[in-house]
Ligand binder design. Structure first.
Ligand code: RP5
Ligand code: MG
Ligand code: MG
Length: 259
């Protein structure tokens, strides 16, 4: 499972050549994309589809082609990853050209033992619900793609219901998560292994802190894209998918938790 995303060989991009502002005339990224024929959630190919005229950097009907990060460039008809070269051109495994929007929900509780807060280095320990991804086996924050026309908040609740509360409703996820949550991050997922020069992951991460009495009643069960689910202690020892450990660290700082 660990090699799932490594089956396509990318052109190596030395760190100092990552930014587009660094001239690299010989740059020849590998061209790769899956065949998305018949996938209603994916864009058509950019070449050979004269009727496909995406409105870059805009809300394009129900599809949000705006970036949380910045206004992105479009060169020769292809949107350009604002974070720089990736060694792969076209869409790779991502269905949308340009930003592919996701939403991640950190459902957290303060760790307790015999009714008292558990402390490390004078800071309270936070726990959060983590899922194990089916595709690569790595642990991650529950989350997924925002469907066309769906709001980020709705996607966050739907994905939490699907991945961490298998068989339960979005209404149950909404109940579990409580209020509106607090935003932790909004922008590109720089280390998502699917990113290419022309398609990249972006996300909005929110944290929902639930009270111990409610947390104890949450029936966690992995489903859909997840094969495992558990409460995890927040700490620097975590190993997680893409930039998710950084999102957890940001959450710890925001809430004053141990990391
Ligand atoms: C990551 O990919 C996002 O942070 C989000 O967790 C995830 C969305 O993709 P899937 O889980 O649907 O594969 O970049
Ligand atoms: Mg999912
Ligand atoms: Mg997911």
């Amino acid at each position: 499972m660990a090699n799932y995303y490594q089956s396509v060989r990318r052109t190596r991009v030395p760190h100092e050549r990552r930014l587009w502002s660094v001239l690299w005339t010989q740059y020849a990224p590998t061209a790769f994309e899956l065949d998305f024929t018949g996938k209603s959630w994916a864009d058509p190919p950019l070449v050979g589809c004269p009727h496909f005229e995406p409105k870059w950097n805009q809300l394009d009907g129900a599809v949000d082609r705006r970036s949380h990060h910045s206004h992105y460039e479009v060169r020769d008809g292809f949107p350009i990853n604002p974070l720089g070269r990736t060694g792969l051109r076209l869409r790779g495994r991502l269905g949308r050209w340009g930003p592919n929007h996701a939403a991640d929900a950190i459902v957290a509780r303060w760790k307790q033992s015999e009714g008292r807060a558990v402390m490390e280095c004078d800071k309270p320990v936070l726990q959060f619900v983590a899922v194990q991804r089916r595709d690569c086996g790595q642990w991650a924050i529950p989350g997924g793609m925002v469907d066309a026309g769906e709001t980020t908040d709705a996607a966050m609740r739907r994905e939490f219901a699907e991945e961490a509360l298998a068989g339960q409703s979005v209404a149950e996820a909404t109940r579990v998560m409580g209020g509106e949550g607090r935003e932790v991050f909004r922008g590109c997922v720089a280390d998502d292994p699917r990113n290419t020069d022309n398609a990249w992951m972006e996300t909005v991460v929110k944290v929902f802190v639930v009270r111990e009495e409610e947390a104890a009643g949450i029936a966690l069960r992995a489903g859909d894209d997840a094969v495992g689910v558990q409460w995890c202690d927040v700490s620097d020892r975590l190993e997680m998918y893409a930039n998710h450990k950084q999102f957890i660290e940001m959450t710890a700082r925001l809430l004053g938790a141990y990391f």
